[in-house]
Design a binder for this molecule. Structure first.
Ligand code: DX5
Ligand code: ZN
Length: 219
């Protein structure tokens, strides 16, 4: 599967988001990862649908929206209207995952499911045939700049094996603690969509960081 680099704007300058997205376009990012936090499912509060709408008017990038919110079903329409291309919901945050994923797909958007590090893969086995992507959290959600949790690699492998066994086509995304070393382990385990926040933005050179990440996993 094609390796895609998805910089997370969580670590970017929120006062200058328009230009941060321009930088990502110039750097040929494959997606932009937008972290939505509600202060309930996770501690922080970040970006809401109005901000995504404003960004949409200023960017043609693929918007990969990661909802770290309780009861995401309450917010789907707003994020669809805001111009999200993919909407990822946490399996732990809703009682009716199948209904929620189907709802997202009914709007013609990509629908994906995320798992916290401690949540086992079997929780989502039954929906694998309807999702476009599985997001394996490689840190506990809520903050950028955390350390990668190694046991999550086993979950990536399990998902890649299940995908092959069942003849499915969902992508596997990783999020949290990605750097030039952990990206190699994740891709070897079977991930192909790579979220990176602090690694990309803290360097001061977005293009160079994306290029280095790509170079580590080019086949
Ligand atoms: C964490 C977010 C991530 C975050 C990753 O809860 O979901 O997308 O931006 O940040 P880094 O790459 O710094 O670990
Ligand atoms: Zn994220």
């Amino acid at each position: 599967m094609q390796i895609k680099i998805a910089p997370s704007i969580l670590s970017s300058d929120f006062a200058d988001l328009k230009n941060e997205l321009k930088k990502l376009e110039l750097a040929k990012a494959d997606l932009v990862h937008i972290d939505v936090m509600d202060g309930n499912f996770v501690d922080n509060i970040t970006i809401g649908a109005p901000v995504v709408s404003s960004l949409r008017k200023n960017s043609t990038l693929f918007f990969d929206v990661h909802l770290m919110v309780l009861h995401p079903e309450k917010h789907i329409e707003k994020f669809v209207q805001s111009g999200a291309d993919n909407i990822t919901v946490h399996a732990e945050a809703t009682y009716h995952l199948d209904a929620l994923l189907s709802k997202i797909k009914s709007f013609g958007k990509k629908a994906s499911v995320a798992l916290n590090p401690a949540t086992p893969v079997y929780m989502i086995e039954n929906v694998l045939e309807i999702v476009d992507m599985v997001l394996v959290m490689t840190v506990n959600p809520g903050y950028g700049g955390q350390k990668f949790i190694p046991y999550t690699l086993k979950k990536i492998e399990m998902l890649a094996n299940l995908r092959e066994k069942e003849g499915l086509s969902f992508e596997i995304e990783v999020d949290g603690g990605i750097n030039e070393e952990t990206i190699v382990d994740c891709v070897n385990a079977g991930a192909n969509v790579i979220v990176a926040g602090s690694y990309v933005f803290d360097s001061g050179n977005v293009s160079k960081s994306i290029e280095v990440l790509r170079s580590k996993v080019q086949s």
